[in-house]
Write a protein that binds this ligand. Structure first.
Ligand SMILES: [Zn+2]
Length: 487
């Protein structure tokens, strides 16, 4: 079953349009329900679903048993289930577009005189009611003026203006305005929870911003974007939204980089008018510029001025993104950031970086190069020097260890006691050592430790705190010593 049908609201509480939900909740509380309804609003706004919910409230066996109160439909009883699958005889759905003449309404008038075929009421749902002819409207009006006690009309229309005022004034009106982005997100949220989907940040915002208030389009889009693992990725949603180009920022970035304030501001204003979520827009700007900054920082000969300018720009836009959360005018912090940046003194120094771009999420990488053992040995004392102020005991341990082999970015360090090895292999020490080694070697270093032969030399080199005065070293003694060193 497709998501839209599966997740149609089935109760008042599930209706995503806030105004409609609140109005119906009040009606439930009052316990009195109108005999004539007019549901107006665009396609896909939830009129049909709401009409069925009203029918279920009227016919639910739970409510029939206690007529003085109205509750949410149970969705379990025979009436509820039959209404949901469209087989309930007490609900007559007709389309005014194809039954628009006076004869159709006359037939209807004859029919409404009959007792309900099922349940307490007969509910007539007339879709596209504005299509009725003038004569048919007149006949309908007479029926609405004095409806039999067992009849309820639910009229639906996308064009309220074409429905005569005399009809409108007889009905309890529910206006389905175009759904807000918050309402669309609420409906998407029901699907996400129900299907246990994993959704990347920004996905629901992007869909909600791109469907022009249609629940149906939003849910269809979500369904299309789900991958086989039940994940919805931004990268899959963007092209589907169809307005993906609205979120493309290349042109805007170009204008900002060239300090062309006018073009940049015009582009931002245009995007805002097209309904682009400016929060998302600024995140995309920052993401793009961050990639450039990373690329600029890892080239052989970085341009300090260029890096400085990019950093400045990224910082300004990040701050704007933060401020936008609190600003009364959402676009203002972005606009101010652009203006201030463009009027900064100095010429344009941001030119395209001439290296392959790094992937968007990649942190700045050290140039990867195979480690050379001789080089590591030569710089080993430097490593010890860097470690000493960070952890004195660790430095003492390393004095009793030596680099013995390299392979790509792996460095094997030989130690002579099991407990040394165990200590060094502890994640917190290893991570610290790896980062210090990487810094000294100017390349990523991954460490592994191996247990070597106890030579006299090695024992002599071991930290004196852990060497037994007799010169004979036992692992048990060392364990004791280690306790003292590492606490
Ligand atoms: Zn029920």
């Amino acid at each position: 079953m497709n998501f839209y049908r599966k997740y149609r609201p089935q109760t008042v509480a599930e209706i995503d349009t806030t105004a409609i939900r609140v109005a119906l909740e009040q009606i439930l509380t009052k316990g009195k329900i109108s005999q004539a309804w007019l549901l107006t609003g665009p396609k896909g706004a939830g009129k049909t679903s709401t009409a069925r919910i009203i029918a279920k409230i009227l016919e639910c066996e739970k409510n029939l048993l206690k007529p003085q109160a109205l509750e949410e439909p149970c969705n379990q009883c025979g009436a509820c289930r039959a209404i949901m699958n469209g087989s309930y005889l007490g609900v007559v759905e007709m389309d005014a577009a194809s039954n628009r003449g006076i004869d159709d309404i006359r037939q209807l008038q004859e029919r409404i005189g009959l007792a309900p075929a099922q349940g307490k009421f007969t509910v007539y749902v007339i879709d596209e009611v504005h299509m009725l002819t003038a004569e048919a409207f007149n006949a309908l009006l007479k029926t609405l003026e004095e409806p039999p006690a067992h009849v309820v009309f639910i009229l639906c229309t996308t064009e309220l203006k074409k429905v005569p005022e005399t009809i409108v004034s007889r009905c309890t009106q529910l206006n389905f305005d175009k759904a807000s982005q918050i309402e669309v997100k609420r409906s998407l949220g029901r699907v996400v929870d129900g299907e246990k989907l994993t959704v990347e940040p920004g996905v629901l915002d992007l869909i909600a911003a791109g469907v022009d208030g249609s629940f149906r389009d939003a849910i269809k889009l979500l369904e299309q974007a789900v991958d086989e693992t039940g994940t919805v990725k931004l990268i899959r949603v963007e092209p589907l939204v169809g307005q993906g180009q609205l979120y493309q920022v290349e042109e805007l970035i170009r204008a900002i980089k060239h300090k062309n304030a006018k073009t940049a501001l015009v582009l931002v204003a245009a995007k805002e008018q097209q309904g682009v979520d400016l929060n998302l827009l600024v995140v995309k700007l920052v993401e793009n510029l961050r990639s450039e900054l990373m690329a600029a920082a890892i080239v052989q000969k970085p341009e300090p001025k260029q890096i400085e300018a990019l950093t400045e720009l990224v910082e300004r836009l990040s701050s704007a993104s933060q401020e936008m959360k609190w600003s009364p005018l959402i676009g203002l912090p972005l606009q101010i950031a652009i203006v201030k940046w463009c009027y900064l003194p100095g010429e344009t120094v941001i030119e395209p970086v001439k290296v392959e771009p790094v992937s968007q999420a990649a942190p700045p990488k050290l140039q990867s190069k195979p480690l050379q053992l001789a080089e590591v040995e030569g710089k080993w004392s430097e490593v010890l020097k860097k470690v000493k102020p960070l952890n004195h005991s660790l430095e003492a341990l390393l004095k009793a260890a030596r680099p013995v082999a390299t392979a790509d970015s792996w460095l094997t360090v030989e130690v002579y006691y099991t407990f040394h090895k165990e200590q060094l292999e502890q994640e917190r020490y290893r991570a610290m050592l790896e980062s210090q080694c990487s810094e000294v070697m100017g390349a990523p270093v991954k460490l592994r430790f191996k247990l070597g032969q106890k030579t006299a030399q090695a024992v002599a080199a071991a930290p004196k705190e852990v060497v037994n005065v007799t010169g004979r070293v036992k692992d048990e003694d060392l364990a004791q010593a280690a306790e003292e060193i590492f606490g």
